[in-house]
Design a protein around this ligand. Structure first.
Ligand code: CTP
Length: 397
């Protein structure tokens, strides 16, 4: 709940601004006070009256408004809230923020504020993918700004891809997590989850039975303790947790790149079932049956993401946690795996079919660290996640 919390909501000029009206309503329902700021471009998409009426608060629009300045100066306005949320954050607003420009009320508030800032990007897919926007995004992330979305999907401009603004309830969940006081507040934690799909041709791929349930539960548990979670997931059966930054990938190579882009982090939890091999030259055409015999697939080894991060010379996360899914000699194999990869902890489990763990709702894990070998009783994956998150919080304290 957000009772007693104060959000300064900056509404940028994009078609997604209409969702910000619903966002105001959802925040108010949960007890938050929303002070709205509407940019000039934003006024093209939503009316000042509707914004102000829904918020039940005075709306701020101008940098040089004598009345506003007498009541509450813009510096003071930038500091009244617990969180500044920019939704929609247009490419232009992101560029201004990354460059430190302050030529209107919104950009001035963003430069003057000393409160945490969260942006919710929304723009055309080409604008989102443009090198300039991606550069600005990296700068903003490095400046400690939280980023929610964007989602992938059809857009008002008729194109398809990432760039759609997150839905109001997703933004509310992210705000709740961000403002949650917990032992992981201020900690950035990466979680990999789900299987990877390694293409053979455009319609066939190699996969595994990971559902993503344990990784999702861990992401949710870390967020509930106040952590800023970057959740990198392959094509899982289970939906990713709310309130975290979700990066969807298909292949091990894409997961590897996404992990590199998400660094630095305080801790990494590598729960994904990453394919060890990929097909060397996946065909860009569907393979056909042939009289000449069966097709032969050649494999190349995928990069070991956990090992790469564990053995980083510079900027290694303080805590790196790997998973070992074994079908026999669980403790011996997992102990050797921990040393081989160089991670701090290994969460080992027996995934032989009789256990029903792979794809099931329960897990029975053995935590292996420098402190020894600890067998946890069989419990729900959510409980395993909470216990692990609490341990992580303790280790990072
Ligand atoms: N992992 C990874 N990148 C890979 C393969 C695995 O990050 N390319 C991570 C997994 O997320 C997990 C851990 O490494 O945390 C263990 O993966 P596993 O596949 O069980 O280990 P392997 O080294 O592949 O050993 P083996 O297959 O021989 O059991």
């Amino acid at each position: 709940m957000l009772a007693g919390k104060h959000i300064l909501l900056i509404i940028g000029g994009g078609i997604a601004a209409f969702k910000s009206l619903d966002l105001i309503r959802r925040l108010a329902e949960r007890g938050a006070t929303v002070t709205p700021v509407l940019t000039r471009a934003g006024e093209e998409f939503v009316t000042p009256l509707s914004v102000s009426a829904l918020a039940g608060q005075k709306l701020y629009r101008d940098l040089f408004d004598l009345g506003d300045e007498a009541e509450m100066g813009h510096i003071q306005l930038s500091r009244v809230a617990d969180l500044v949320v920019v939704a929609p954050a247009t490419a232009d607003l992101m560029a201004k923020m990354a460059g430190g420009l302050a030529n209107d009320l919104a950009s001035t508030l963003l430069l003057a504020t000393d409160t945490p800032v969260m942006i919710v990007p929304a723009m055309n897919v080409r604008m989102w993918e443009h090198a300039a926007t991606q550069r600005n995004l990296a700068t903003l992330r490095a400046d400690g700004i939280a980023v929610v979305g964007p989602n992938e999907g059809g857009m008002a401009c008729g194109e398809f891809g990432p760039g759609r603004m997150s839905e109001p309830l997703e933004i509310v969940a992210a705000i709740e997590v961000h403002l949650a006081d917990g032992p992981l507040k201020g900690r950035r934690i990466l979680v990999t989850s789900g299987p990877t799909h390694e293409p053979i041709d455009p319609v066939r791929y190699i996969a595994n039975r990971s559902s993503g349930a344990q990784g999702t539960a861990i992401g949710r548990a870390l967020a509930s303790l106040g952590g800023e979670v970057v959740f990198i997931t392959g094509p899982a059966d289970v939906a990713p947790p709310d309130g975290v930054q979700v990066i969807k990938v298909q292949t091990a190579l894409q997961m590897h790149d996404a992990v590199n882009a998400a660094l630095p982090v305080d801790a990494g939890v590598f729960a994904a079932a990453v394919a060890d091999w990929r097909v060397t030259s996946a065909s860009d055409r569907k393979l056909k049956k042939s009289k000449d015999g069966l097709p032969t697939l050649e494999f190349a080894e995928n990069p070991d993401i956990l090992k790469t991060v564990s053995q980083m010379k510079e900027g290694r996360p303080k805590l790196v946690i790997g998973f070992a899914a074994e079908t026999n000699d669980v403790v011996e194999n997992a102990t050797a795996k921990r040393l081989r990869k160089g991670c701090d902890w290994i969460v080992a489990n027996d995934v032989s079919p009789a256990t029903g763990i792979m794809g099931g709702s329960e897990n029975s894990v053995i935590l292996i660290s420098d402190d020894g070998i600890e067998s946890w009783p069989r419990m729900g994956k959510d409980q395993v996640a909470h216990q692990l998150a609490a341990r992580i919080a303790k280790a990072l304290a």
